[in-house]
Design a binder for this molecule. Structure first.
Ligand code: NAD
Ligand code: UD1
Length: 322
């Protein structure tokens, strides 16, 4: 198949690109490399085509979609906090970008449209785990744009017969998650700072918990959803069904590094969700898939990757000095 991955240079996208190429597919990546990196993807692979462009740009999107069989739409401003700080800027990417892709998919009769929605659409739910059918309460611009994107996708499915798959990812982690911005995912930030012996900031008391999923599990699911010809109409949670709080994460990191960590606590972030945990029964039933990687195994693999990267960076610096 010929598959377009928007955001294919990013953390999740690059793992999917690797797997799709391994499965023998041709892959086109559309990315503006705002948070993604060219170095994440195998640029010399002849089955990979990279288009550097912006999903906000209608013309670029239309040209890039031409000739593809399926789209996996991952490009977005992935940070909840960034959407609180800049609602207009993130809205243009996270909703208008989606509508641009849907219009192009309609025009070019694309077979399947797979979308990265988020657990953020549920809001701060008291009754856990959350199943897909509970009333949705998006609390942030990020969550509102993800939910609106779901509604638009549903419209294109009903109106134009676009086959769509909506996954509501819980917290995905693993190698290549960029830790360099305060908007980055918590595991990448904590690991990088623990390895470099830098202070770690916890917003709140650290008791807030997430359902962390190792990225290799997600790549398998996304790949299967593109290859499947089964209708997968209802949105599906992608979670492990197990909660881990930030204090537990810090305990694991303490164990991995063998050193005490320098941890400070600040006020909780505005709109932050306290606990998030997936009911993953629908995923198991519809995709016949249950996450393979226990969180602690994924954490260890990620830690090893972060250590290697930090060693490579310090070798490069020493090389330059000597
Ligand atoms: P990421 O930032 O690593 O990836 C996003 C990619 O999109 C990057 O390569 C970035 O350069 C690209 N991009 C951003 N704006 C763009 C634009 N205007 N035009 C073209 N490309 C653009 O983040 P990620 O964690 O890999 O997230 C991928 C998707 O999964 C996002 O849609 C995110 O909202 C969703 N998601 C992520 C998580 C998670 O825990 N990481 C959870 C739920 C949903
Ligand atoms: C994450 C994803 C979002 C996704 C959502 C689904 C990222 C950047 N965000 O949001 O795309 O839709 O899961 O559930 O991948 N924290 C600290 N210190 C830090 C950084 C974070 O204490 O240095 C805290 C945050 O306040 C929050 C928790 O860690 O309580 C998780 O934060 P984060 O990794 O940004 O994830 P979500 O906001 O859950």
């Amino acid at each position: 198949m010929n598959i377009l991955v928007t955001g294919g240079g990013g953390f999740i996208g690059s793992h999917l690109v690797d797997l799709l190429l391994k499965q023998g597919h041709s892959v086109r990546v559309l990315d503006n490399f705002s948070t993604g990196h060219r170095s994440n993807i195998p640029l010399s692979n002849s089955a990979l085509q990279v288009v550097e462009g912006d999903i906000r740009d209608q013309m670029t999107v239309e040209q890039t979609v031409s000739g593809v069989d399926a789209i996996v739409h991952l490009a977005a401003v992935a940070s909840v906090q960034a959407s609180v700080d800049d609602p207009f800027g993130t809205h243009e990417v996270n909703l208008i970008g989606t509508v641009n892709l849907l219009e192009a998919a309609k025009k070019h009769s694309v077979g399947r449209f797979v979308f990265a929605s988020s657990a953020a659409v549920y809001g701060d739910v008291k009754q856990l785990p959350v199943c897909e059918d509970i009333p949705l309460q998006p609390l942030t611009p990020y969550a509102a744009d993800k939910l609106s994107s779901e509604f638009y996708i549903d419209f294109y499915r009903r109106q134009y017969g676009l086959e769509s798959v909506i996954f509501r990812f819980f917290n995905i982690f693993g190698p290549r998650q960029d830790p360099s911005s305060p908007y980055s995912g918590v595991i990448g930030i904590f690991m990088e700072r623990a390895i470099a012996d830098l202070p770690i900031t916890v917003f709140g008391d650290g008791d807030q918990s997430r359902d962390f999923v190792y990225v290799a599990d997600l790549a398998i699911l996304l790949c299967r959803s593109v290859e499947s010809d089964q209708p997968l109409i209802k949105p599906m949670n992608v979670g492990n069904g197990k909660g881990t709080n930030l204090n537990q994460l810090l305990d694991y990191l303490h164990e991995f590094t063998g050193r005490p960590l320098d941890v400070s606590h600040f006020e909780p972030r505005l709109g932050d969700i306290r606990h998030s945990l997936a009911d993953n029964r629908r995923l198991i039933e519809m995709m016949n898939y249950q996450c393979i990687y226990p969180v602690v195994d994924g954490l260890r693999l990620t830690y090893e990757w972060c250590l290697d990267r930090s060693r490579m960076n310090s070798d490069a610096v020493c090389g330059r000095i000597s």
